[in-house]
Design a protein around this ligand. Sequence first.
Ligand SMILES: [Cu+2]
Length: 452
Amino acid sequence: MDRRQFLKWSGIATGAAAVATIGGAADAQDATPGARTAAAHAGAVANAASALPVHGSAARGRIAAPGGQVAVHTPNGSTLTLRLVDGVKVGHLVAGEFDHEFTTGVRARCWGYNGGTPGPTIEAVEGDRLRIYVTNRLPEPTTVHWHGLILPNGMDGVAGLNQRPIPPGETFVYEFTLSRPGTFMYHPHYDEMTQLALGMMGMFIVHPRRPVGPRVDRDFALMTHEWRLEAGARRPDPNAMSDFNVLTFNSRAFPSTEPLLVGRGERVRIRLGNLSPMDHHPIHLHGLFFHETATDGGYIPASAQRPETTVLVPVGSTRVIEFVADEPGDWAMHCHMTHHVMMQMGHARSMLGADTRTLDRRMSRVSPEYMSMGQRGMGGMGEMPMAVPPNSAPMRGGEGPFSYIDMGGMFTVLKVRDDVGSADPRGWFTHPAGSVAGPADAARRRADGIDD
Ligand SMILES: [Cu+2]
């Protein structure tokens, strides 16, 4: 959004009539095609978070690998179905286009696998033989590269170098043995700039045959991503090199990110992947410290694991963190780049320190309800009942238990509960009496020698 557009949208309640005047509005009419989803594709997996059960105690304890290793849960996502055929685990990925919702009111035509972005998490065990069919329903060729896996050269998926690209309408087959465990990813290696920008990516988890490190009670997979989605546009902009304005965990922006619900005292693993076009993401977790236990290169020896509260996830990498959730509460988990916890309208509107009275007066002649914003900072702007362009959201977050949460985008909540078995994942933490920061009365300030 350039400055001219920004000024137009600085007007509150300018209404739908103004929509037609902004760039990209021609595409707005079909921004929510709805019916044309990839669900019609063979093997499609519904990936809409609203239709998925929120992770709770029921998901805990499903054993996915020897030694009691629990299954990986992909918040807002799914796991690829693998069928055993003569000792080989067989799966099917369908590359295609579909309508994707980042958060309420923010939709776009995206590309991905089996009707979703990220594609379903592939989960298997070290030593497994895997056969993955890939059907291409995109308008251009594609391939799948199995990022981090060691496999025969002809299975590596780099178009031109390792194989012929998969033409539209055709199905190729990949087959390899999972020679080592770890947290990997998959993505195309054909027209990477376009296909990754539109959402083609997925996590690939290989459990070790013999467990490594202490057993965890919960195992999550989160893929970070960044998108340039012009307000009113129908598709993410594949040409963007900077100014990404929709930041996501598993292709969802807060408040549509599914919270991570865990029990107090449980050991938790979070596997983070990053196939963003350009940016690394420093993911910060409140309320605890963790150890980085693995990368897509392998396990980090215990003696080399540092305690941290923020883990940098570089582009083209995975990072695995583990911790024991000792302190109950609702803990923020987010990218620490301040522009990565904003939505589209947040990046270009601040008029901090400006005297806008003249501007407001002049603007009011053409738009009676015009009001400049951000002169005293941008806090609270997300909750204002402003008109926003189609396919965009207020600049920040969502409703919290005390007030509006002023962060959105790449933001989610780790919910640590004593009663995890019966806890409502959508519910908020009940704070013990006297444990919430609040106003300090005069007597108390005086007693402690606080002048104000
Ligand atoms: Cu970030």
